[in-house]
Write a new protein. Structure first.
Length: 627
């Protein structure tokens, strides 16, 4: 009996069909949403939809039960009649204290609830279900559907069930398989029979022992609303939305609005409609979605001005030296995100990350530093760069650390490191350092992020990445590509190494396709002047530290250019900026720390004075004096 003519509600047709075939159904998925009931032209919860559907299917009574509310959908008198039928069909009831549910041949016997409060216990409810399911319909009159709601609160960890939980599972399973089917009755079988439906938001809430390899049970998943359902809801309600430049049905902007709501339930949409009516002034559709999802009325992306974005290269070059090509590429990605053209899909569905970059090149040339600089530029805080060292995710099940362990496993309550970080800070730069060291299963998670802009964590919650910039860094080829000042050949060689790694080693060419032209090779730092500038930037935090801890006014050189030049001469050019830092530590910071230790007994004589650095000879050896 087809009830809906669209694939969007195919689960309703499946449920109506299976209700006449199976003895039990497990309905899971998007149970908490609202569903459109055309006869009343309104949206109703599943607890109202199911009785309507099942009664149309031919069920006389639909008994809905949960541990808190007890019985709903029938009167107390109707429930008592069902319970009395159990009592009448069995031996005289024993006292409640002596009841036993051994199922050794007789039906467990329920206690009839009070007429004004039908709240049977799980034992009593399943006793009634057992009685009706094991007997042919001709002995019981018209068919009854029993719906056990919130069954995820009935059972604990599937691997550590209590004796009582095992008893309930036994009653249910015996109820499903105990009813005999006589071949002589096949020609006159009724189209329905008594039915048990278990409602559970997630299938993991029901022990698998109940439904695994059990032909009497059918699992039915309620999907999240598709595009057609979202469009129909907006068509019915668009005039009530209080948003700026509200689109009309049929306009391109209306279709884009529908697409931008992907991943939200119909209940979410109706709540967002109410939110739009409560804002002080009409918001754009995108700002309204951000306000609903993140609680942020204004996205940092909207604070970027044309003037500021005209020259982002200048800001990024203050911290990253000698990588002009990489900085220009990053700037172009920022501008594309600002204009809403981060990708063909992003401009339509607003769900892909704002930008994706893959930094590859020699060690110590500024890949991580550029990611931090970008976070500072975009979000005004370097802490908005959330770094993950992918060498820590090199085991097969490391993906659980990112998105969270599934229910029943250690760490489930803690959630995933990545999903938790994005929930806490949705506007951020996500830096995945040394991605080539991650297990290939981790790469599959990134495929989903780059394609859909979202991940579902171990708790079943969807996390959106649409406001993030994702940066991968890698040293692929760093040990093989020879030092050269020919930037073009170095770039081409690194890109070739990346392609070979993802195709031949990782076996994930599709990830390479997602990255497209956003693979950004970094150059070797060959110019001594660039290395001197890097050394000079490393002196800034040193001066700040001396000022904070020792109240020293400044650190000055007799000839800073000469001193830093002599240090740079000792740097292995293949080590880039990290080599500069190593030489600074060895040649300057180590002797300076020794000098400070010897003079720190009388800190008062250091306060508000300047340390002068004197170079001894042509080698980078230094002495220190106070001024």
């Amino acid at each position: 009996m087809a009830m809906h003519d669209t694939q969007e509600n195919a689960w309703l047709d499946l449920l109506a069909r299976e209700a006449g075939i199976r003895k039990a159904l497990i309905v899971h998925g998007n149970l908490l949403d609202l569903f459109y009931w055309p006869e009343e032209q309104r949206y109703v919860p599943l607890s109202e939809l199911l009785p309507r559907l099942l009664k149309r299917r031919g069920y006389r009574l639909v008994v809905i039960w949960d541990r808190f509310s007890g019985v709903r959908g029938v009167t107390a008198q109707e429930w008592n009649q069902l319970a009395r039928a159990v009592t009448q069909a069995t031996a005289p009831a024993r006292p409640a204290a002596a009841r036993s549910y051994d199922l050794g041949g007789q039906t467990p016997q329920p206690q009839a609830p009070a007429a004004d409060a039908p709240k049977p216990s799980p034992d009593d409810f399943f006793a009634v279900v057992h009685h009706y399911l094991i007997r042919p319909l001709r002995e019981q009159g018209e068919p009854v559907a029993f719906v056990a709601d919130w069954t995820n609160y009935l059972f604990g960890n599937a691997n550590a069930l209590s004796e009582q939980e095992r008893q309930w599972l036994l009653i249910i399973n015996r109820s499903l398989v105990s009813a005999p089917v006589e071949l002589a009755d096949l020609n006159s079988m009724p189209k329905n029979h008594h039915l048990l439906i278990l409602l559970c938001p997630r299938l993991t809430g029901i022990p698998p022992v109940l439904y695994t390899d059990n032909p009497a049970i059918k699992e039915i998943s309620i999907p999240w609303p598709g595009r057609t359902e979202r469009q129909r809801l907006l068509e019915r309600t668009i005039t009530a939305w209080r948003i700026s430049n509200r689109p009309a049905v049929g306009q391109v902007a209306f279709a884009e609005f529908v697409d931008s709501l992907e991943g939200l339930s119909l209940r979410d949409l109706l709540q967002m409609l109410r939110l739009s009516q409560q804002t002080n002034e009409p918001l754009t559709a995108e700002r309204l979605i951000n306000l609903y999802r993140y609680g942020e009325q204004r996205s940092p992306w909207e604070d970027l001005s044309y003037e500021r974005l005209s020259t982002p290269e200048d800001t990024l070059r203050e911290r990253v030296k000698g990588q002009d090509e990489a900085i220009e590429k990053v700037a172009s990605v920022i501008k594309r995100a600002y204009t809403g053209l981060a990708g063909p899909q992003h401009s339509k569905k607003q769900r892909m990350p704002k930008g994706t970059l893959f930094f590859v090149g020699p060690t110590g040339v500024g890949k991580t530093e550029l990611a931090k600089s970008l976070a500072q530029f975009l979000f005004g805080d370097e802490e908005a760069c959330i770094r993950f060292d992918m060498s820590e995710f090199n085991h097969e099940h490391s993906d659980q650390r990112l998105v969270g362990a599934p229910p029943g496993y250690v760490g489930y309550e803690e959630g995933g490191q990545l999903t938790n970080a994005v929930k806490k800070r949705p506007f951020s730069v996500l830096l995945f350092d040394e991605i080539e060291k991650a297990h290939v299963r981790i790469l599959d998670k990134f495929l989903q992020i780059l394609e859909d802009g979202r991940l579902t964590d171990g708790k079943g919650e969807t996390v959106h990445f649409s406001e993030t910039v994702i940066i991968f860094t890698s040293n692929i080829g760093a040990a093989e590509v020879q030092f050269s000042e020919d930037k073009t050949s170095v770039r081409e060689e690194f890109i070739e190494k990346v392609k070979r790694h993802f195709i031949e080693v990782a076996g994930r060419p599709e990830l390479l396709n997602r990255l497209g032209d956003n693979v950004v090779p970094f150059n070797f730092i060959a110019d001594p002047g660039v290395l001197i500038n890097i050394a000079r930037t490393k002196l800034r935090p040193l001066r700040e530290r001396l000022r904070e801890k020792y109240y020293i006014a400044d650190l000055v050189f007799d000839n800073e250019e000469k001193a830093l030049g002599s240090i740079v001469q000792l740097v292995d050019r293949r080590m880039g900026g990290r080599g500069v830092l190593n030489q600074l530590n060895e040649r300057l910071l180590t002797p300076l720390s020794q000098w400070l230790f010897e003079n720190s007994r009388q800190r008062s004589r250091l306060a508000n004075r300047t340390i002068r650095v004197l170079q001894v000879g042509s080698l980078p050896e230094f002495e220190f004096d106070l001024e």
